[in-house]
Write a protein that binds this ligand. Structure first.
Ligand code: MN
Length: 439
């Protein structure tokens, strides 16, 4: 049982921390940062001395370089790095939800719902359950678990455990369009929305006002309601109006979901918007700002707002670069080699946005490359909803070159060495061209 594991972890950390410091390492995405914030607060209230680090990933060299004088605690990562941890001569704790692919070594204590085959929870929720078990005072951290869950897109078919977290956080849950922030007046929210992209509405003030008119949603002296303020009937009409405008480009299943409103800095905020700004800070190399923001630091909140704006601008600049740059194009594929013109931390998001754009035909393979020091980050996406298996495709190209492939059939990525740039593109083209012949 996960709950038993949490209790046991508390007992073991209590013992280990009598003689050693705690070194906590967490992941840089929203779930990892919210996990880190919950854990930091909980450990401080418990009176433990600890250090906290936020990392982009756990590669072999990094793990091997970690010393053994402290107790090691990993949040939202390490379930895939167990082989590198088995030789550490210190206690290791893993609070994670990723799939465990190797055997759990005897020095590692695993707190992972997938290991227990229980309700799927994100790391922030696991950390929250740990914090709440330590003390009920930590119930004020429940909102962070909600934000982490939204960040990992695990907010759809949740179960009993997450429901209790929602009630601890006093979250307002509402069925509606996944357009954020749902706290912003609708005319603005629609005009500035890129995901979902609504043709003729996204980026157009006239289009946004026209859509609201079609849906029969009126302003009160020029001021529109926010999405979360709509009643069921208005929400229904708005969904219909958007579906009519989008034709096949937006499907109802992806458009409608749960809106979560959480208290943050004493204001009601859309968890999706908070998640996006935390994610933006990390992607812009400022995970410490994201962490401070989650921990209630006012200065970090202001900085996070600035970084979020810069992030959105750099996405726009990246998309502009893509539209103007020379691409390697084939019948059913497009390769964008951005080199150092687009950050490796946003190249995946750029590829995702392109894949949702109505400019590209269904099934087009989009592969984008960006430098990351001596490596190259590769992100592959399928335009539309179906096409080839990208993970398999990348795997075939990478095997002779060397590198690790991760992801899913329709969104995959890999890391290769800078020296393999030309070879990778050449091999990729070969594989992609052959596929075309096969079809
Ligand atoms: Mn996670």
């Amino acid at each position: 049982m996960l709950f038993d594991k949490i209790k046991e972890a508390i007992r073991r950390i209590e013992v280990a921390s009598q003689t050693k410091s705690l070194r906590v390492i967490s992941h840089f995405d929203t779930d990892g940062v919210t996990s880190a914030a919950i854990f930091s607060r909980a450990l401080a209230r418990w009176g433990k001395s600890f250090s906290m680090e936020i990392v982009k990933s756990l590669d072999e060299d990094f793990v091997k370089g970690i010393g053994e004088k402290d107790v090691l605690i990993f949040l939202d990562l390490a379930s895939g790095s167990l082989d590198y941890l088995k030789d550490k001569k210190t206690e290791v704790f893993v609070f994670d939800h990723h799939e465990i692919v190797q055997e759990v070594p005897s020095n590692v204590f695993m707190v992972n719902p997938s290991y227990e085959k229980e309700e799927n929870l994100c790391s922030a929720t696991i950390c929250y359950l740990f914090a709440k078990e330590l003390s009920n005072v930590n119930k004020d951290l429940a909102n962070l678990a909600v934000i982490g869950t939204v960040g990992d897109i695990m907010d759809k078919n949740y179960g009993k455990v997450f429901s209790s977290v929602l009630s601890d956080a006093e979250t307002t849950v509402k069925k509606g369009i996944l357009l954020y922030p749902s706290t912003r007046p609708l005319d603005k929210a629609l005009e500035y929305s890129s995901q979902p992209y609504i043709p003729g509405v996204s980026g157009s003030r006239t289009g946004a006002l026209g859509l609201l008119r079609d849906a029969g949603i009126e302003s009160d002296g020029g001021k529109y309601k926010a999405l979360y303020e709509l009643n069921d009937e208005e929400m229904g009409r708005l969904i219909t109006a958007i579906l009519l405008k989008s034709k096949s480009e937006v499907n109802e299943e992806g458009l409608v979901g749960n809106l979560f409103l959480v208290k943050f800095f004493n204001k009601l905020e859309d968890a999706r918007e908070l998640s996006a700004s935390i994610n933006a800070c990390s992607r812009m190399d400022s995970p410490e700002i994201a962490l401070g923001f989650c921990m209630g630091n006012k200065y970090c909140k202001e900085e996070a707002e600035k970084v979020y704006i810069t992030y959105k601008q750099s996405l726009v600049a990246a998309l502009k670069y893509v539209s103007e740059s020379e691409k390697v194009e084939g019948k059913d594929y497009m390769i964008i080699n951005a080199r150092d013109r687009i950050k490796d931390t946003i190249i995946g998001t750029v590829a995702s946005i392109l894949s949702h754009s109505p400019l590209y035909k269904e099934g087009l393979v989009i592969v984008a490359l960006s430098y990351n020091e001596d490596k190259i980050k590769v992100s592959a996406r399928i335009a539309g909803r179906q096409g080839r298996n990208l993970r398999e495709l990348l795997h075939r190209v990478v095997v002779p070159i060397g590198g690790e492939v991760g992801g899913h059939p329709n969104a995959a990525g890999c890391l290769i060495s800078r020296g393999a740039e030309d070879k990778f593109i050449e091999e990729l083209r070969k594989v992609l061209d052959v596929e075309v012949v096969k079809v």
